[in-house]
Design a protein around this ligand. Structure first.
Ligand code: RBF
Length: 193
């Protein structure tokens, strides 16, 4: 709000109309972005012994090189924690949109302490990837709460391939982070069951 405009100089008339100045688009956009941007302050992974824990892993086949790398890093992290390969069941689905259904089937089987759901959604000409990403996130949360089996949302939503590579094989190692979260939640699931 700018406030009431003073009257013309030399005039005793004060204009009472109130003027609002529209904010320029840039600060507004920055405010929205920082409001919706998630923190990057990830926790230090706990050292959770993986022996005796069983994991279901669902991976989309869309963007195969990226999703395969996510899956490889996730399974390597589980292995390093002592989870034998036989305790990790991997199933593939066409795309990220199909991941929640498969996660639901695995979770409902009662055979796993945690499920890891992996996919990479990259923007095309539209915001389709954001819509699918939102739907998948909600569905995975629902599966987790309905079945009481922790489900790790490892479906990455990015604007371009470069961002995806940075998160999968570059400066970040999301596959390892998802596996670390799965180990922690699986142990918690075992303790609280
Ligand atoms: N699936 C993904 O996992 N990642 C993608 O980046 C992706 N992009 C898509 C783009 C379009 C235009 C369409 C139609 C589908 C895409 N899918 C993607 C596949 C989607 O998750 C799902 O498998 C299909 O829509 C079939 O339900």
């Amino acid at each position: 709000m700018v406030g009431p405009r003073p009257g013309k100089q030399g005039s005793d008339r004060t204009e009472t109309r109130v003027f609002y100045r529209l904010p320029s688009a840039r600060p507004l956009r920055m405010a929205c972005l920082s409001f919706f941007r998630m923190s990057l302050d990830a926790p230090q992974p706990l050292s959770v012994p993986g022996a005796g824990l069983r994991f279901g892993l669902v991976a989309a086949r869309f963007n195969p090189a990226l999703v395969d790398a996510l899956a490889a890093r996730a399974t390597a992290t589980l292995g390093a924690a002592g989870v034998p390969p036989a305790s990790i069941e991997i199933i593939r689905v066409p795309g990220s949109h199909e991941v929640p259904w498969a996660a639901q089937r695995l979770a409902a089987s009662g055979r796993f302490h945690a499920i890891i759901a992996l996919g990479v959604l990259i923007a095309g000409d539209t915001n389709h990837h954001e819509m699918v990403g939102d739907a998948v996130a909600h569905a995975l949360m629902r599966v987790s709460l309905d079945t009481r089996v922790p489900v790790i949302n490892g479906v990455i939503v990015v604007n371009n391939r470069e961002q995806a590579e940075a998160r999968v094989t570059g400066t970040h190692d999301r596959g390892a982070e998802f596996a670390a979260a799965a180990l922690e939640m699986a142990a918690l699931h075992q303790t609280l069951s």
